[in-house]
Each structure stands twice: as C-alpha cells, then as structure tokens.
Design a protein around this ligand. Structure first.
Ligand code: LER
Ligand code: MN
Length: 271
C-alpha cells in the first residue's frame, strides 16, 4: 500500500528548512490526522527528545504511523558525518545514527541518512570517502535489520553532496556495500536537479526504493512547481512501490495550506 506522510521538524536551528510543520509535535500530529495523512516523518535534535511511550500514545491517539526519522541534526547541530577524515568524528556519527535507528525502530520506523553522508573533501580521495560510506551503510543497515526495520539512504543534489547524486549510483553503492538492510530515498526535489527523467529513474531503481520525498521542482508542495507528476506517479505505482510518500517541502505559503495542498495531490495521484 502507498501511504501519505507529512514532515514535522522539532529542531529550532533548521526551522527554515523544507519541513511542513515545525512548531509543536502534538499540534502537527492533530493537523496531519485531521487532513487524513497516514503518517508523520520526524526530525528531532536527538534520539531522546521524548519518551518513546509518549510518542506511542500520540501515534495511537491520532491514528498515525511513524513513517521515518531524520538524522540531519547530527550534521547540523554537531557537525558529524560518516565521511569525515577524523575517525573520532566518523565514530560519533555512527553512534548518533545508531541512536536514531533505535528510536525509529521502537515505533516501527526506519531512519534516514541524508546530509550525514557528508562529502569528499579536496585532498581526501573520493574512493576513500565512498568506502567509509559503504562500511557505515553495511554496519548500520545490519543494525536496522536486526531491529526489524531498514535504513534509508538518500542521494542528494550536487549542491548538498558530491558523493551520490542519482538513484542508479545509490543502487550501485548499496550493492557494492553488500548492505542489504538499506533502501534508497527518492526525493523528487533532488531528482529534478539530477536525473535525466524522473519516471525512468524510478522504474530503473524500483526494487531499491524504500521511501519517497514529495516536493515539486521548486521544493514547494507538489502542485506549486513545474514537475509533471503523472508519469512519476505511474512509475511509482507500476513499480509496485509500497511505502510512504512523505511531504518534505517548504511550508509555502504557510504550513496549513502546504499540508492541504500535499494531501490533495497525494489523493489525486495515489488514491
Ligand atoms: C533530507 O531529506 C534532504 O532532502 C536534504 O536536502 C535536507 O537538507
Ligand atoms: Mn529529502
């Protein structure tokens, strides 16, 4: 089944990022429920922002699933990446992500590695960076698998990483890493910058995709840019995708309108 989700960010330092709701967890969850979303995707500063029991209660109260948890705060707040040349920073990055994997898994959700993949620095060979990334994905994917979930790895556009920008390179990376607990995140905004054709990229990588970020060409909610969703939605459905399509978009013109626009687009293309 294809399910809808909306992002809630609880990290004040990234309030200007592409997240629909960011003020308050319960308020965001109530709004998500009232609009008919199936789940929420959470960005927290750390794995222990709230008691798991409290989150369980709220998820039950508002009939929502936890779609995924983001790990970006590890980079934004602590400067941690999996490809930092300093082994102690790589080690702390792994520990941070392990915590987030356990946090998500306690509610049946995968964690996402996006900006924490880092990038290859000049003078620091690209293959060395990719090897660190592969080793980390293998280790963290195995942890996720042991907790009955998976790990999500997200190719980002060229302005955010110089490691992996396209889905097909992500599929190859996971294979080379033999990281079988890892799936790819197809973020339509990044794909709009990097892929030759979004629908073809989705078709060709269908078996690797485990999560989708739903945003238009300008990273506003779907419907507010020039992405042609028809062939993309067809490719997602024909590829047998079963997972969340989650609104990671700027809250334009405001969070409530962006959430409404997103669920209307989701219902138009996926119901
Ligand atoms: C995270 O999912 C993402 O897409 C990044 O661009 C956020 O900075
Ligand atoms: Mn994304």
């Amino acid at each position: 089944m294809i399910k809808s989700a909306v992002t809630i960010a609880l990290v004040p330092q990234i309030k200007t990022g592409p997240w629909i709701f960011w003020k308050d967890l319960e308020e965001g969850m109530k709004k998500a429920h009232d609009l008919g979303f199936d789940g929420i995707e959470l960005f927290t500063p750390s794995p222990d922002l709230m008691e798991i029991e409290y989150l369980h209660e709220l998820l039950e109260k508002y009939s929502l699933e936890l779609a995924a948890v983001g790990t970006g705060a590890g980079k934004v707040l602590h400067g941690l990446t999996l490809t930092d040349p300093d082994p102690s920073i790589r080690h702390r990055a792994i520990s941070f992500i392990e915590g987030m994997i356990r946090f998500g898994a306690a509610c049946g959700a995968p964690a996402i590695i996006g900006s924490m993949q880092g990038h290859a620095l000049s003078g620091n060979s690209r293959s060395r960076s990719l090897n660190w990334l592969k080793e980390s994905l293998k280790e963290l994917g195995a942890l996720a698998k042991s907790l009955d979930t998976f790990l999500i790895y997200e190719p980002l556009n060229r302005y955010e990483t110089n490691l992996i920008n396209k889905l097909s390179d992500g599929t190859r990376l996971i294979k080379e890493a033999e990281a079988d607990g890892v799936k790819l995140l197809a973020d339509l905004f990044h794909m709009n910058i990097e892929e030759t054709d979004l629908a073809t990229a989705i078709q060709e990588n269908a078996s690797s995709i485990g999560h989708i970020h739903f945003a238009d060409s300008n990273r506003s909610p779907i419907g507010a840019g020039h992405t042609d969703m028809n062939p993309i939605a067809e490719a997602i459905k024909e590829g047998g995708y079963e997972g969340f399509i989650s609104a990671e978009a700027f809250p334009n013109p405001n969070p409530d309108a962006a959430a409404k626009m997103t669920i209307d687009s989701f219902n138009q293309f996926f119901k």
